[in-house]
Design a protein around this ligand. Structure first.
Ligand code: ARG
Length: 464
């Protein structure tokens, strides 16, 4: 044996005639980031060890040693005392090495019928499952915050926009409920994806399965998986479950980003529909008057990075031949950052949304100014027997006249309205009011305050 072999640290170094270069070691190591999987790695190892013992592949004494050693390692990690070594490449080898230090041969037996390939795939799935559960709860919190503001403002009228031009009056509560729908679908998407995350890769070993008489179902049950991955090559190599998660996450952020954009617009002094509490804003170092909506702006910006992570993972996967390739080590950082970004964003948004200060008067004024009830006048004429296209034309001319006069439709005297359509009678003014307009859209999904309240009740029931 040469000296360098005497110092060997790599678990696989018996095969090599010289040590790995320092540069390569740093390049290939993942322990700097995958140590985040440590507690899930231990859970997976304990379930694996229990199965090995149940199948007669290790002794009861070995299992007891492994459990004792792992308990101590968990404590060391939780207390920040565990010494992570770059030389040991990744979280798996760091923990295994420490286990062997603590309990001797039993530690060396743990890796029977297992490879880091099925081990890491298991760890990520266990970890991601927990993160999904936490994110679904955070999405529920955000929905609850939106619901309570929506409920307070079911009767608050604002202009609804298409093309960012005033379109028709709507309830502000109804507007917020649109986001409740989006976030509710996001939560469903995450739950759907969880079902495919929740499958056990262990037992696939490196790629081909193992020659030992193992019991994969037992490990799956012990770890709370819904079943096992049915093909060993697929089990160790595909990361579609992580990609799918990132796609769902990118949609969450896309919805957050749309809401952010609206908050920014609404808070612009030119619009002035809302204000955000000072604790969610920052000032300017040069312009003393500024109060900037940094949180929604930053969330809008972070959407780009989450979408980027989705593209990273898709690109990571696309050129890989079966089965495991080291490329897959690159799955972790995008996945971790996606979870972190969502977690922080959803937490802060739930709090910020609950604190929105609504300027109902400004909303109302804006709704009253943009001829937002023109469609209602057309509908009124249709009820009087005009074909819709003719009604549309008559109202368009009336709007042009009102605009020339600098007044709203409802401010035109009856006689001048009748010049555009003689069918118009005194009762037209009820149809032209903001309340009349909003209240008339009383079907399911419409903006009538009664419907908004019904939608809120349904959403509450859904959230439980
Ligand atoms: N650190 C590796 C990863 O994240 C663990 C699996 C390594 N497997 C291997 N054959 N080198 O993917």
């Amino acid at each position: 044996m040469t000296d360098q072999f005497a110092k060997k640290t790599e678990a696989w170094s018996g095969r090599f005639s010289e040590p790995v270069s320092e540069l390569v070691k740093r390049y290939t190591a993942s322990v700097g980031f995958d140590q985040r999987l440590a507690l899930h790695d231990i859970r997976g190892s304990l379930a694996h060890a229990a199965m090995l013992q149940a199948c007669g592949l290790i002794s009861a004494a070995d299992l007891a040693d492994i459990e004792r050693g792992m308990a101590q390692i968990r404590e060391e990690i939780e207390q920040g005392r565990f010494v992570w070594q770059l030389d040991l490449e990744d979280v798996h080898l760091n923990i295994e090495k420490r286990l062997t230090e603590l309990v001797g041969d039993a530690g060396k037996r743990l890796h029977t019928a297992r490879s880091r390939n099925d081990q890491v795939a298991t760890d990520i799935r266990l970890w991601l499952r927990d993160q999904i559960d936490a994110l679904v709860l955070l999405l529920a919190e955000l929905q609850r915050a939106l619901l309570s503001v929506a409920e307070r403002h079911a009767d608050t009228i604002m202009p609804g926009f298409t093309h960012l031009q005033v379109a028709q009056p709507i309830s502000f509560g109804h507007h917020l409920m649109a986001y409740v729908e989006m976030f509710s679908r996001d939560a469903q998407r995450l739950s759907d994806c969880r079902a495919r995350v929740n499958r056990l890769p262990l037992g696939a070993a490196a790629l081909a399965g193992t020659s030992y008489p193992i019991d994969r179902e037992r490990v799956a049950r012990a770890l709370g998986f819904d079943g096992v991955c049915e093909n060993s090559l697929d089990a160790v190599s595909d990361r579609d479950f992580a990609i799918e998660f990132c796609a769902a996450a990118a949609l969450v952020m896309t919805h957050v980003s749309r809401l952010s954009e609206e908050l920014v617009i609404w808070m612009s002094p030119r619009v002035g529909f809302i204000d955000l509490p000072d604790r969610f804003c920052t000032g300017s170092s040069i312009m003393p008057q500024k109060k900037n909506p940094d949180v929604p702006e930053l969330a809008r910006g972070k959407t780009g990075r989450v979408t980027g992570h989705l593209v990273s993972l898709l690109t990571l996967m696309k050129g890989q031949p079966l089965a495991y390739n080291k490329d897959n080590q690159e799955d972790k950082e995008p996945l971790f950052d996606t979870v972190d970004t969502l977690e922080q964003t959803l937490r802060i948004f739930a709090e910020m949304v609950a604190g929105i200060e609504v300027r109902a008067e400004r909303m109302r004024q804006a709704a009253a100014e943009g001829f937002s009830t023109a469609t209602d006048l057309a509908d009124y004429l249709v009820r009087r027997g005009l074909p819709f296209r003719d009604a549309h034309e008559a109202v368009a001319r009336a709007v042009r006249h009102a605009a020339d006069e600098g007044v709203d439709l409802s401010a035109l005297p009856l006689a001048s309205l009748q010049r555009f359509a003689p069918e118009i009678a005194e009762d037209v003014f009820a149809a032209l009011t903001l309340e009349g307009s909003v209240g008339s859209r009383g079907h399911i999904g419409g903006t009538a305050p009664a419907q908004v309240r019904a939608a809120i009740a349904r959403a509450r029931a859904r959230l439980g």
